[in-house]
Design a protein. Sequence first.
Length: 232
Amino acid sequence: MPTEDGADKPKDLLVIESTRDFTCADCGTAYDRGRLLTMDDAGPLCLACADLAHLEFLARGDTALTRRARKHSTLSAVVVRWSSRRRRYERQGILAEPDAIEKAEQECLADADARERRRIREAVRRDEQDTAFVDELAAAIRAQFPACPADRATRIARHAGERSSGRIGRTAAGRALDPDAVRLAVVASVRHEDTDYDELLMGGVARFDARDRVRPAIDAVLDRWESGIIGP
């Protein structure tokens, strides 16, 4: 690939993880499979003879760490291994200067610390937003149902607005405190807490049939809460 000045970008130095025993073409040392080598016109070279023995292996898996290590290393090489199943060389990692790898690790750790601090800040902000919404929804419930006990209104609001729950409080209408959405949240709470709806479901009654059976009880509670009559 041409660079900005028009010259071709130099290719990566390749180091091969051997899949068979080999003998260095320069020093004549025999090596077992799994050792690293480079290929020269004369044949395979061990890392010492290829002047790469001072480099340290960094396994693949962390893209940011690899990128930074290569940036900080004056000399680096890509390590590959032949896959007989896929019939191709596959990247295993890189060789880079130890100081460069250490510097890259420090930078990545600093990034991880920053991400953790950001995650904590965002969690706190979400909690504050959720608390504010629960208060707003509880107030809307009390405005629509004046006789609903304050602690019950808060409990309904907290349940309806639970993050990632998919409940009415997480819908656009719920977040906008739409009266119909507020009513649905209250109805859902009354259905489960003030009627035998759950027992009917456990007894095998179909959901819609169970809802029809408990509707009068729900309406009775809602009427009391709407009219200002203190009740459950």
